[in-house]
Design a protein around this ligand. Structure first.
Ligand code: 4AD
Ligand code: MG
Length: 433
């Protein structure tokens, strides 16, 4: 008597013993026939495996079912694992039983239709079934999982912060207002202020949550809703903060390279684990480099996209741009005692022109200094009431950063546009599906 079929997922077939009876559940990715043979490639959440049906081996009702099955139909297949050098991966399942669970209508994403990226995002609810999207999402999942492990190992507590907020952490121009029972509140741009409050209780905290920015620019690195990993530590200055970031990023890359090699291959991406410490290039140095290439910008302006790109292309691995002018930073940044216009802050930049991955810095801990800063920038002090209050009850030197999950995923997966790093991206022109 035949042994009962063992339920396997696609990837497990490649390590299953030849001759084993198995059951697969998945979707029909492709189908073809040759002579009296019908081949189907079945996809599930782990990968792809070929199954083949043959008259005389496969019962007639199953022959009919595999013939009838359309692309993307959901199916359950039983059969015997066979070694076959011609099959992708050297293994296939010889079909003994083929059932259609849900027959798919003709698949709308034809080769011609697929040539239009905007169409692919119009039908993102369907196009996410592609090999490359699946691979990018697995890289992203690994990035997030690595963050959980990293912070846990270092004694950081995961907290959560509200999404409905009043204060603008990163300036008023990118705030999304929402009606909150007749009152205008905003969607959170960053959990930083809540992390600063949590410090005095938990000392080292981090968050993984969505952030919202009304970005009116259409660039390959801006979403209106994205996920951010943010961390904040008490009794820690900017050098500690940069160390925390570079070790995190090196840890993430190592995990992706170790665990997502298959996916990187699908994405046609090779990435090297960076060694720490990362290079540190000061804002002033970036200005000099840019000026030599005819891309000069005024001291005090933010580093221009083209200058950042120039320096990024000259780097093999991630690096920091340090010491930004206060005029290019948010009000809460601490400045050097001997250089009051220069902040203790840095951007973590990816090589190869992928741009900024994280921003961090040391915060103002002193109440009088923070009030003075808010006044000098003409900000509404009343909007920062509780944030100021924190400075009255034991606020030590502290620092932190925020890292965009889609930015890191885009870099690691080598994606042209950041929207590919999100399952259902939100941009200025897209809120559906
Ligand atoms: O540089 P940002 O604006 O810094 C902050 O929000 C700080 N309050 C974080 C902190 O110190 N706790 O944002 C941090 C990171 C950026 O470096 C970038 O990776 C990502 O968030 N980011 C975006 N990602 C996608 N789309 C956007 N519109 C983004 N804006 C920022
Ligand atoms: Mg930034």
């Amino acid at each position: 008597m035949e042994s009962p079929a063992r339920r396997l997922r696609a990837r497990q077939v490649f390590s299953a013993e030849s001759g084993q009876n198995v059951e697969l559940k998945g979707w029909v990715a492709t189908k073809s026939s040759m002579g009296g043979l019908i081949f189907a490639v079945i996809r599930d959440g782990t990968g792809y495996v070929q199954v083949s049906a043959k008259k005389g081996v496969t019962p007639p009702d199953s022959m009919l079912a595999i013939q009838t099955a359309t692309k993307e139909s959901a199916v359950v297949v039983r059969g015997v694992v066979r070694e076959d050098a011609r099959a992708p991966g050297g293994r296939e399942v010889s079909v003994r039983d083929f059932r259609i669970v849900s027959l798919a209508e003709p698949w709308p994403i034809t080769k011609t239709a697929a040539a239009s990226p905007s169409y692919l995002y119009d039908v993102r609810h369907l196009s996410i079934r592609s090999r490359k999207v699946g691979a990018a999402m697995k890289v992203r999942s690994e990035v997030v999982a690595a963050c959980f492990d990293y912070f846990r190992e270092r004694g950081f507590t995961l907290i959560s912060a509200p999404t409905f907020v009043q204060a603008a952490v990163e300036g008023g121009s990118t705030l999304f207002g929402v009606d909150y029972f007749g009152k205008k509140v905003n969607l959170s741009q960053s959990a930083q202020f809540y992390e600063e409050a949590a410090l005095a209780s938990l000392e080292k905290v981090w968050v993984y949550q969505p952030a919202f920015r009304a970005e009116k620019s259409r660039t390959p690195k801006h979403l209106t809703e994205f996920w951010m990993v943010e961390a904040e530590q008490a009794f820690a200055g900017q050098p500690d903060n940069m160390k925390l970031q570079e070790e995190l990023l090196a840890f993430i890359v190592k995990r992706v390279v170790e665990n997502r090699g298959e996916e990187l291959k699908i994405l046609d991406r090779a990435i090297a684990v960076p060694s720490v410490p990362f290079d540190r290039v000061s804002y002033d140095e970036v200005r000099d480099i840019a000026a030599k290439e005819g891309m000069a910008f005024e001291w005090g302006e933010d580093v221009t996209t083209e200058a950042e790109r120039l320096v990024s292309l000259a780097h093999q691995g991630p690096f920091f741009i340090t010491d930004y002018p206060l005029s290019a930073r948010s009000f809460y940044h601490m400045t050097y005692p001997d250089r009051p216009k220069v902040t203790m802050s840095a951007d973590l930049i990816a090589p190869g022109g992928f741009g900024e991955l994280a921003t961090g810095g040391q915060r103002i801990a002193d109440l009088a200094l923070l009030i003075e800063r808010i006044k000098s920038q003409d900000l509404p002090a009343e909007a920062f009431g509780w944030y100021l209050d924190l400075r009255k009850y034991g606020m030590p030197e502290h620092s932190g950063f925020g890292m965009g999950v889609e930015r890191v995923t885009r870099w690691l997966a080598g994606l042209k546009h950041i929207r590919g790093a999100s399952l259902f991206p939100r941009t200025m022109t897209r809120v559906s599906p």
